[in-house]
Design a protein around this ligand. Structure first.
Ligand code: URA
Length: 453
């Protein structure tokens, strides 16, 4: 840092006392953290100071920019068409990427997407795709280009060279109870999205029992910050704010979610999953200019689903990356050793399904990891035969558990019944989509839904 001789001690004290950093100070910190000249205990002290004192919008932008520049930035400019990306802050049963990205590619966008592995309660798209036998998540630059040109859809694990500062910061935050900071989350998510090179970014910011953000208001605040960061980096960006009180769709678990994505693309999807997948696709089409209005974007996405182009694109993409799709197309894809129907002792309406508890149950069955090195079981999980609001008769099946043993299946079935609430009257369910944060401001569901007809 020519001309600057900061001492990390002073930076920690400055933030502790509510001061504001400039670009050189943030650069000094990240560089020192990565080259080892600043010890982790000082970085974690600063993270805790930021947790309590926050970062201004300008500081958050500077931090995001410095994280982006800490590694490689993908240059997608040589690829055809408008490059789009979609990101979810993480949810239970959230397989919308597997539906929205083939639809977006089928409608003319180019998707080169980096996806994470699951950690903790939420599943990662990378793990879901590995449930398809033979599917490869690492491609050479030449393979990437060839596939992007031929199929317009590539999905890989994040390159190690992208945003190394985020990797380090996240690992330290995870150990020091400093993950839950709005500016740190926004800088972490947006640095990865910006470094991944897309022109158009659509975020799905989730709130509720199965999400990072506890309520809609905090999800809107996070989305507003991320949309600002994206715009400052010159990207077209918007965010949908969506509820994660109950699992999305019917499936939770890797192979089960791939199966449900394919079923949805075949036209057999449940309304919540179909709506959100089309809304996320439509927003990308609208932001890219391929659709003149949000309503047109939603309509074009629906057409690509209904006429089978989305399914065709999904299968071709899986095959192009080595996936064997025969069982996905013809049956036999779901191969857990035990399948157990979970029937309810008395009838009523399914009022609530606790997404966080379901995530824990499925993780316990072996579908998720606690540490990145943990092995996961692609076949285990839960398929809900009923969703919130459905009527269910005594003895009828609420769900099917897919497990490696009868014992595990029985334990999961019991826990599943405890995670669900039943009542005598139909529940009043709030809309899945709370609203959208766009460059023009917040649009509530009451207004937004007119575009989703
Ligand atoms: N996801 C991220 O990538 N970063 C965060 O800080 C939180 C969620």
């Amino acid at each position: 840092m020519a001309g600057h001789d900061f001492v990390m001690f002073d930076l920690i004290a400055k933030k502790r006392d509510g001061g504001e950093f400039d670009a050189a100070e943030i650069e000094f910190w990240l560089r020192g953290m990565l080259d080892g000249s600043i010890p982790d205990y000082q970085t974690t002290a600063l993270l805790m100071a930021i947790y309590f004192r926050g970062l201004s919008e300008h500081e958050t932008f500077l931090l995001t920019d410095a994280i982006v520049r800490s590694g490689e930035v993908l240059d997608l400019s040589g690829l055809p068409g408008c490059k789009a990306d979609k990101h979810s802050t993480g949810g239970v049963g959230d397989k919308t990427t597997l539906i929205a990205m083939p639809l977006a590619a089928a409608c003319g966008l180019t998707i080169v997407k980096m996806s994470g592995r699951s950690l903790g309660k939420t599943g990662g798209t990378a793990d879901k795709l590995e449930a398809v036998p033979g599917f490869r998540l690492t491609l050479s630059p030449k393979e990437l280009r060839r596939q992007a040109e031929a199929e317009r859809l590539v999905l890989m694990t994040q390159s190690n060279n992208l945003t190394p500062a985020d990797k380090r910061l996240y690992a330290l935050r995870d150990l020091t109870a400093t993950v839950d900071s709005l500016p740190l989350i926004a800088a972490s998510v947006m640095s990865k999205k910006i470094a991944a090179g897309a022109d158009v970014i659509v975020l799905d910011v989730k709130f509720g029992r199965g999400a990072f953000m506890p309520d809609a208001e905090s999800a809107v605040r996070l989305a507003e910050l991320m949309v600002k960061l994206g715009r400052q980096a010159g990207r077209q960006i918007a965010a949908l704010i969506t509820s994660m009180e109950a699992p999305l769709g019917r499936a939770v678990g890797n192979a089960l979610e791939v199966w449900e994505a394919a079923e949805t693309l075949k036209g057999h999807g449940v309304p919540d999953l179909r709506l959100l997948s089309l809304a996320l696709t439509g927003e990308q089409l609208y932001l890219s200019g391929l659709a003149a209005t949000r309503r047109d974007g939603f309509r074009l996405a629906g057409q690509a689903l209904d006429d089978g182009r989305g399914l065709d694109k999904f299968l071709r993409f899986l095959q192009a990356q080595g996936g064997d799709t025969a069982k996905l197309e013809q049956g036999g894809f779901l191969q857990a050793k035990t399948q157990l129907a979970v029937s309810v002792p008395r009838g009523g309406y399914l009022q609530a399904v606790d997404a966080a508890q379901v995530a824990g149950i499925v993780q316990h069955l072996g579908a998720g990891r606690l540490k990145l090195e943990d092995k996961i079981d692609y076949q285990v999980g839960v398929w809900f035969d009923k969703q919130r609001g459905d009527k269910i008769a005594a003895g009828e099946s609420l769900a099917h558990v897919y497990a490696e043993s009868e014992e595990q299946a029985k334990a999961a079935a019991e826990a599943l019944l405890a995670a669900c609430t039943f009542g005598d009257v139909p529940p009043e369910l709030p809309p899945l989509i709370y609203g959208a944060v766009t460059a023009a401001g917040f649009i509530p569901w009451a207004e937004l839904q007119q575009d989703y007809q």
